[in-house]
Design a protein around this ligand. Structure first.
Ligand code: HEM
Length: 414
C-alpha cells in the first residue's frame, strides 16, 4: 500500500526552534490515517506519526501491541545491550513495568502528594519573592528551574547543595536530543555513549551520584525515597545497583525538566493572555482548569514512541510488526475534534476531555502528574495573588526534538 509521506522531517530538532510546529501538526491531523515520516529524507528509515488525540489514546492503552520495551521509546533505535543497560521502568512493558512502578507509586498518589504542599508553596514563595525584589531576570533560571528540582530532590532526599548539579546534569541529558555532538569524556565518562541514556555522559554522572547517595543511605537510612528504593524488594529481591541508578535518573529527569517547561510557558502566557489571568484572579476556582490549560498549551514532552509487536491497523493505516509509532502529544493536544477552538488559550476550558501532555493513559501515564499539578497550581495562585503584569523577551527554545523546553526567557515586572 502507498504510504502518505510527510513533507517535514519531525526528527529534525530545528523544526522546534520556535516551539511547537502547529502548522505542520495541523496538516498531519487533517490527513486520513497515519503519515510516514522519512528520517533525513530516507523513505526506508522512518516512523509513523500519530497526531490525533484518539489515536494517541489508543496506542497508549495497548502496550501489548505498542511496546515500550522493543526498539526504544525515542525515535532512534538502540541495540539490545544498550536497551538493557539503560532501561528504567519507562522502557518496560507490563508485567515487569508494573512491579517496578509499584515501588514508587505510593509516594506520588494525589493524596500523598498533598503532604508536600507546604514545602512546595514555600519554594514557590521564596523564588517569587527574590524575583519580585530583582524586578526582572531570566525566569527559567530564577523560577522554572529551581522549583521542580527542589521539590523532587526533597522527595528523593538529595541535599540542597547538590540541586544545581542535578539541574546541570538534567540539562546535559536533554542536550543528547539536540543536533550538537556531545563530548564523550565529559564528567570523567569512560562508558561507550551508546550504552548511556540520551547517549549522554551526564547519565554516567547521574549513575555515579546515585551510587554514592545510595551507599550513604545504606549506611544511614533516612525518611526519604532513596532509602525506600534501597530497601525495596521486587519479588523478594532488592533492586540491583544498576536498577536503582536507572530509577534515580528517571526521577531526576522526569520530575524536573517537564514541570520546568510548563512553568516557563506559564510566564509566556501571562504576558500574552493577561485577561485570562485576570479571570483566575477574580475567580480562584479556575486554578485547576487554568493549570490544565497551561500544561496542554506547553505540552512539555513532544512525543514518546512505541514499536508495533504485530501487524495492526491504526487509524485505518496498516502498521507492520517492528515499525515505529510516534505519538505526538503536542499535536494531539490541539486536535479540534476534541478541544473546541483548540488554538485558544482558555483558562475555563472544561476537563474532560483530558489533554495528553501526561500521556494518553494506560500503564505509563505520568507518575508525577499530581505533583506537577500541585507545583503549577501553587505557582499560578501565588502569581495571581501578587497581581503582576509582565513583559517578556523572545523565548529561546531548547534545541531538541523531544522536549518543548525554553532555555532562557527574560521577564520584567511592570
Ligand atoms: C508538567 C509536567 C509533566 C509532564 C508534561 C510529564 C509528562 C510525562 C509523559 C508524557 C510521560 C509518559 C506517559 C506515557 O508514556 O504514557 C511521563 C511519564 C513519567 N513521568 Fe511525567 N511529566 C511531568 C511531570 C513529572 C513529575 C513532576 C514527575 C516526578 C516524579 C514525573 C515522573 C514521571 C515518571 C517516573 C514517568 C514514567 C512512568 C512509567 O513509565 O510508568 N513526571 N511523564
Amino acid at each position: 500500500m502507498e504510504r502518505t509521506v510527510g513533507a517535514t522531517d519531525l526528527a529534525d530538532p530545528q523544526v522546534y526552534a520556535a516551539g511547537i510546529p502547529h502548522g505542520v501538526f495541523a496538516e498531519l491531523r487533517t490527513r486520513p490515517g497515519l503519515t510516514w515520516n522519512a528520517i533525513g529524507g530516507d523513505i526506508s528509515d522512518g516512523f509513523w506519526s500519530v497526531s490525533r488525540h484518539r489515536d494517541v489514546v489508543e496506542v497508549s492503552r495497548d502496550p501489548e501491541t505498542f511496546s515500550s520495551a522493543v526498539g526504544h521509546i525515542q525515535i532512534y533505535d538502540i541495540d539490545a545491550d544498550a536497551l538493557d543497560a539503560r532501561a528504567s521502568m519507562i522502557d518496560m512493558d507490563p508485567p515487569v513495568h508494573t512491579r517496578l512502578r509499584r515501588l514508587v507509586s505510593a509516594a506520588f498518589t494525589p493524596r500523598h502528594v498533598q503532604s508536600y504542599a507546604e514545602a512546595v508553596r514555600n519554594r514557590v514563595r521564596d523564588s517569587l519573592d527574590a524575583f519580585e525584589a530583582a524586578g526582572a531576570g531570566d525566569w527559567v533560571a530564577a523560577v522554572a528551574k529551581p522549583i521542580p528540582i527542589g521539590v523532587i530532590c526533597d522527595i528523593l532526599g538529595v541535599p540542597e547543595q547538590d540541586h544545581d548539579y542535578m539541574i546541570e546534569l538534567s540539562d546535559h541529558l536533554v542536550a543528547g536530543t539536540s543536533s550538537e555532538p556531545l563530548d564523550p569524556g565529559a564528567y570523567g565518562n569512560t562508558t561507550d555513549l551508546r550504552l548511556l541514556p540520551f547517549n549522554s555522559p551526564a547519565a554516567h554522572a547521574l549513575n555515579e551520584y546515585a551510587h554514592s547517595l545510595g551507599e550513604q543511605r545504606r549506611r544511614q537510612p533516612q525518611d526519604d525515597l532513596i532509602t525506600k528504593l534501597i530497601e525495596a524488594e521486587v519479588d523478594g529481591e532488592r533492586l540491583s545497583d544498576e536498577e536503582f541508578a536507572n530509577f534515580f535518573r528517571l526521577m531526576i529527569f522526569a520530575g524536573n525538566e517537564t514541570t520546568r517547561s510548563s512553568m516557563s510557558h506559564l510566564a509566556l502566557h501571562l504576558a500574552r493572555f493577561p485577561e485570562e489571568f485576570d479571570r483566575v484572579r477574580r475567580d480562584r476556582s479556575l486554578i485547576d482548569s487554568a493549570v490544565e490549560e497551561v500544561i496542554r498549551y506547553s505540552s512539555p514532552i513532544l512525543y514518546f514512541r512505541r514499536t508495533a509487536t504485530r501487524d495492526v491497523v491504526l487509524a485505518g493505516t496498516p502498521v507492520a510488526k517492528g515499525e515505529r509509532v510516534v505519538m505526538w502529544y503536542a499535536a494531539a493536544n490541539f486536535d479540534s475534534d476534541v478541544f473546541a477552538d483548540a488554538e485558544r488559550f482558555d483558562v475555563g476550558r472544561p476537563t474532560p476531555p483530558a489533554n495528553v501532555a501526561f500521556g494518553g493513559g494506560g500503564a505509563h501515564f505520568c507518575l508525577g502528574a499530581s505533583l506537577a499539578r500541585l507545583e503549577l497550581s501553587a505557582l499560578l495562585d501565588e502569581i495571581v495573588s501578587r497581581d503582576w503584569s509582565v513583559d517578556v523577551g523572545e523565548a529561546e527554545y531548547v534545541d531538541s526534538n523531544f522536549v518543548n523546553g525554553i532555555e532562557h526567557l527574560t521577564v520584567s515586572l511592570r
